[in-house]
Design a protein around this ligand. Sequence first.
Ligand code: HEC
Ligand code: HEC
Ligand code: HEC
Ligand code: HEC
Length: 217
Amino acid sequence: MTRRLPLVLTLFVGLAALAAQAADRDSGEHQYVGARKCKSCHGKELMGDQYGAWLKDPHHRAFETLKNEHSLAIAKEKGLAEPPHQSDACLSCHVTAYGVPATRIAHELDPADGVQCESCHGPGRDYRKKKVMSDREQALAKGLWDVGEDPAICTGCHNPESPTFDPERYTLPDGSHAGFDFAQASERIAHPIPEHVKGRYLELEEERKQARDAAER
Ligand code: HEC
Ligand code: HEC
Ligand code: HEC
Ligand code: HEC
């Protein structure tokens, strides 16, 4: 008992800290713009084409999934009144910014885009400018979430409230199982900025532009 108490305490403090973090994460002052607005820069090959990676990601098809046989079967079993793709019970985790007031949506989000960038990176209207984005501190101050340090962003949806949650989906390094593992799950949807570009995009873009101009002259 005496040895267990500190663990319980640590866990409690940890959870309280996570809850506090979750509360400041979405301050409510920034607006959503939708993945297509991220594409102008994050669809570029030099950047590593995160937009293209997301098009192939399960999150992009999350809305379409709600129309398949499996979803209809779940809806029937639950006795849902509406079809799953129109039901609060499903949409809350299968699209971005569900239930967020219209005043916080700068550009209409297409539900067909499923779970978009901003579900994980935060509402982007104020951080999406090149100069802001290139300065991590500024971007965080303008609404970017530090998703690499915040697994609670994922477990907001990847939790037992999901009708398909499987507590054994992930095998951990020690051989035990978990319904979600942040490290492995992040790896499955990885869309990094190439190593040699990270932190240098604007500089490299400028170099390319000058090389193009020189070639044209
Ligand atoms: C807004 C809700 C939401 C958030 C936030 C979210 N996901 Fe998901 N995720 C989903 C849905 C819905 C699916 C299933 C999509 C489908 O197959 O149609 C999914 C599927 C996945 C899958 C494939 C299934 C699996 O578990 O292997 C991975 C991997 C994944 N998500 C990783 C992540 C990671 C990592 C994060 C956080 C950085 C995250 N997700 C945040 C809703 C979310
Ligand atoms: C709490 C968030 C949440 C809710 C609510 C939710 N889902 Fe999901 N859904 C997910 C996540 C996360 C995944 C990825 C697999 C997993 O961990 O369950 C997923 C995956 C799925 C899949 C794909 C599973 C597969 O691999 O074949 C289907 C189908 C699905 N959901 C249907 C539904 C339906 C229908 C509803 C409403 C009755 C619903 N979901 C409500 C989060 C949610
Ligand atoms: C389901 C959650 C999720 C979605 C959806 C998502 N990302 Fe990410 N993204 C992550 C995670 C997790 C990381 C890795 C942690 C980190 O670098 O902060 C990441 C990393 C990144 C990085 C930084 C890569 C690096 O090397 O530093 C960029 C840029 C990025 N995402 C852009 C996007 C864009 C643009 C979209 C939409 C087209 C998108 N992401 C959709 C979760 C997501
Ligand atoms: C006008 C261009 C532009 C737009 C639009 C844009 N970004 Fe970025 N983004 C950048 C640049 C430039 C960087 C920094 C690249 C570098 O040098 O590492 C960046 C970096 C990032 C990073 C990594 C931040 C870090 O420090 O780890 C994420 C995540 C990201 N962007 C997400 C998004 C999302 C989500 C959207 C849409 C809401 C978006 N961006 C829209 C240009 C843009």
